[in-house]
Design a protein around this ligand. Structure first.
Ligand code: AMP
Length: 512
């Protein structure tokens, strides 16, 4: 029996006449048109030589045709390699030379630059696909029927390579099998009660695990439908909520919805579930959202290499500031980052996971793969966290974001939570900067709420009763907004670089 993700989607097909997707402009795609279109794309890719195991790289804006291309790629058995449209040609060259795909599909506007890059990397084909459905690939697709027979795959066969947004060193290609993706999606669809009556509001990009796998796969496995937005736009989301039942978003979606006067309980009357992930959702945003909308956001935690690992419960308490419990079938433990020794309840250490969701490793990188796993098969996430006495997991920051000031560990999430709770603070990022005396100095970068001002001395005084002195920021930097990547993650490496000289060259002491 085939364990291909595409076959799993076909098996869950609720019927050709059912609507799969509606765009903001009112274009509709039925399930029949979805699978028919995907198989025509599969036939077109196969005519270009897409064989099981060969890579197909895609860099383009989010579009319905791009979705058919993704599913078509799965049907051929080839390995889908999505690239963020923001990547420069030089970055694309790195990914192409590393992954060595057979085919690159890019936006028509980029063809002339990327054709040279593709040639240098030895690709057999470069074709184009525009967000409006133009390009050379749709022309090839038009010459094919939908009678392509999707290729059978085993659970361990590769379905996709996603380069991780690693902030240090070169990006690594996380390889994901059909079994990884299908098992994780089945678990999530069940846990979150996804069903045929659901309408998921899809406003995430589809080059990343969240929008591509978590959102699309759960919809397809449930035979549900989607409202399809090209990107997140708070006004468009508010307008579409009345026709939606589920929203999957990153925390900035939720803070931006809260910033709108027209977002209310009434707007959410048809909604069943709001889900957040990809970056920490502050307890403040969680609580404000609940007060305004009547909905407790369900926060979950995952990463490119593992898919989803934990989720707050569907029924039961969704605890602000936590990412819930390990998913069924996922083993999760907290370990000493250096020795790997398991730690007890309440102790902070690195989160390690094992289960059918976890990547077999990094593309053609045996060394990084070895470094990422313990001998007993647990994957070392690099996230620091703890498991509370109540069994809820919480994340205190990335291992590399940990601040060591005067020899003492400062977990940024703890200081950020204290800052976010102060009136007048919209968002915060706590980083460690080189300091002659302390080694690293705890430093806060803050954006104030409209009408408020950031005052370093007042903030330090307000935190005084709440945090130990060594955790209190030595300096506070006010900014209009924090730099975030496409998935809403705060770019801490960029902040550290930007303010590296704040305390002099690091050899002299500086004080608050
Ligand atoms: P990515 O591989 O781009 O999906 O990034 C994965 C990383 O995002 C994780 O290793 C975490 O550091 C972070 N992340 C994802 N979900 C959450 C969450 N709910 N809370 C805090 N951090 C998260």
């Amino acid at each position: 029996m085939s364990e291909s993700l595409f076959h799993a989607f076909q098996e869950a097909n609720p019927g050709p006449g059912r609507i799969f997707l509606t765009t903001a402009e009112g274009r509709q795609l039925s399930y029949g048109a979805l699978f028919g279109g995907a198989l025509r794309y599969a036939a077109a890719l196969a005519s270009l030589g897409a064989q099981p195991g060969e890579r197909v790289a895609v860099q383009g804006e989010k579009s319905v045709e791009g979705l058919l291309l993704y599913l078509g790629c799965l049907a051929t058995g080839a390995v889908y390699l999505p690239l963020n449209p923001a990547y420069t040609p030089a970055e694309v060259e790195y990914f192409l030379s590393d992954a060595q795909p057979r085919i690159l599909i890019c936006d028509p506007a980029r063809f002339s630059v990327l054709a040279d890059v593709a040639a240098r990397c030895g690709l057999a084909h470069i074709e184009t696909l525009g967000a409006d459905g133009s390009g050379t690939l749709p022309e090839i697709v038009a010459g094919h029927d939908s009678d392509f027979a999707p290729r059978a795959r085993h659970g361990g066969d590769l379905a996709a390579i996603l380069y991780t947004s690693g902030t240090t060193g070169r990006a690594k290609g996380a390889i994901l099998s059909h079994g990884n993706l299908a098992s994780n999606a089945r678990t999530l669809a069940g846990l979150w009660r996804m069903n045929r009556d659901d309408v998921l509001l899809h406003a995430l990009p589809i080059f990343h695990t969240h929008g591509l796998f978590v959102a699309l796969s759960t919809v397809l496995l449930a035979g549900a439908s989607m409202i399809w937005l090209p990107k997140f736009d708070a006004g468009a989301v508010v307008a579409a909520l009345a026709r939606s039942t589920v929203l999957m978003g990153v925390p900035t979606f939720y803070s931006r919805l809260l910033a709108r006067a027209d977002f209310s309980r009434e707007t959410c009357a048809n909604m069943r579930l709001f889900i957040s992930g990809s970056a920490p959702l502050s307890a403040q945003t969680h609580q404000e959202f609940q007060a305004r909308s009547g909905h407790a956001i369900l926060e979950r935690y995952g990463m490119t290499e593992t898919g989803m690992n934990t989720s707050n419960p569907y029924e039961g308490e969704r605890k602000p500031g936590t990412v819930g419990h390990p998913l069924p079938g996922v083993d999760l433990r907290i370990a000493d980052p250096d020795s790997g020794a398991p730690l007890g309840p309440g102790e902070i250490g690195v989160i390690e996971v094992r289960g059918p969701n976890v990547t077999p490793g990094y593309w053609r990188n045996a060394e990084k793969t070895r470094e990422a796993f313990r001998d007993d098969g647990f994957f070392i996430t690099g996230d620091l966290g703890q498991i509370g006495a109540d069994g809820y997991v919480s994340i205190v920051g990335r291992d590399k974001d940990l601040i060591i000031s005067g020899g003492l560990n400062v977990y940024p999430a703890e200081v950020e939570a204290a800052l976010d709770a102060l009136p007048g603070i919209a968002e915060s990022a706590v980083i460690g900067l080189p300091h002659g005396d302390f080694g690293e100095a705890v430093t806060a970068v803050l954006a104030a709420r409209a009408g408020s001002k950031v005052n370093g001395a007042e903030i330090a005084a307000a935190l005084g009763g709440k945090l130990a002195a060594f955790k209190i920021p030595k300096q506070v930097i006010a900014v209009d907004a924090l730099p975030r990547n496409a998935m809403g993650k705060i770019e801490k490496a960029a902040l550290r670089e930007c303010y590296a000289g704040l305390y002099g060259d690091g050899s002299k002491a500086a004080s608050r």
